[in-house]
Write a protein that binds this ligand. Structure first.
Ligand SMILES: N[C@@H](CCC(=O)N[C@@H](CS)C(=O)NCC(=O)O)C(=O)O
Length: 207
């Protein structure tokens, strides 16, 4: 499908207060999964056509593990751990208007700390939450096996989620065991394969 790539945008303009969101047929839609499902329905996408019920279930479990668990490990590592914050702060600061940054960033960080506590990731020790993220990555690697993509030799919608979360971990977020696990030869080859296929001319592929 033809598309235009935009910056993540302002969560305050998003229909659910979170990015990503898209404008489709003049309507703003939020939540990556809802976006994929609506694009599939409205544009007749065939990405997941032909998958068995078993494969669809596997895809769902993988996606939700990454989105509802691993995501929060990344969130904590980026925003709340000192080594991750050293890298996150300069990268995030430039997204905000300069006079706003010193005021907004501590507030956003406090919001993230509260969210991490409510979700639960904030209540583990650093070693515990990193070990959980490493185990999540091990499970993804096991499902991937020797396949080119998660469910075999063709990319499916679940690969979009796996790619996104893996790339976030593969980029530097501090030298954690989760960072190292995300850069196993097999997982690096996987994200490089997807990056080369979908974004050959951009910097979207992991460093
Ligand atoms: N599961 C959602 C997650 C969306 C999400 O958590 N977005 C974050 C940025 S990565 C956000 O916009 N947070 C702003 C906030 O919580 O106020 C999806 O895949 O769309």
């Amino acid at each position: 499908m033809p598309y235009e790539r935009r910056d993540g945008g302002n969560p305050l303009q998003a229909p659910r207060g979170k990015i990503p969101f898209v404008e489709l047929d003049g309507e703003r839609l939020g939540d990556s999964q809802v976006i994929i499902e609506e694009l599939t329905r409205r544009r007749g996408l065939t990405l997941d056509v032909g998958l068995t019920a078993q494969e669809l279930a596997t895809a769902r479990f993988v996606r939700r593990t990454l989105e509802e668990a691993t995501y929060f490990a990344i969130l904590r590592q980026r925003w709340l751990e000192e080594d991750g914050w050293q890298e996150q702060y300069p990268a995030f600061k430039v997204l905000l208007p300069a006079p706003l940054a010193p005021l907004a960033i501590p507030l956003i960080r406090r919001k993230v700390r509260n969210a991490a506590g409510s979700q639960g990731i904030g209540r583990y020790t650093r070693d515990e939450f990193i070990a959980m993220a490493v185990a999540d990555l091990g499970a993804v690697e096991t499902v991937l096996g020797v396949g080119a993509f998660l469910l075999g030799d063709a990319p499916r919608s679940v690969d979009a989620t796996v790619y996104a979360l893996l790339v976030a971990l593969q980029k530097h977020l501090g030298a954690t065991a989760a960072h190292a696990a995300s850069r196993s030869p097999r997982l690096l080859a996987y994200t490089e394969r997807i990056g080369a296929r979908y974004w050959p001319a951009t910097a979207m592929a992991p460093a």
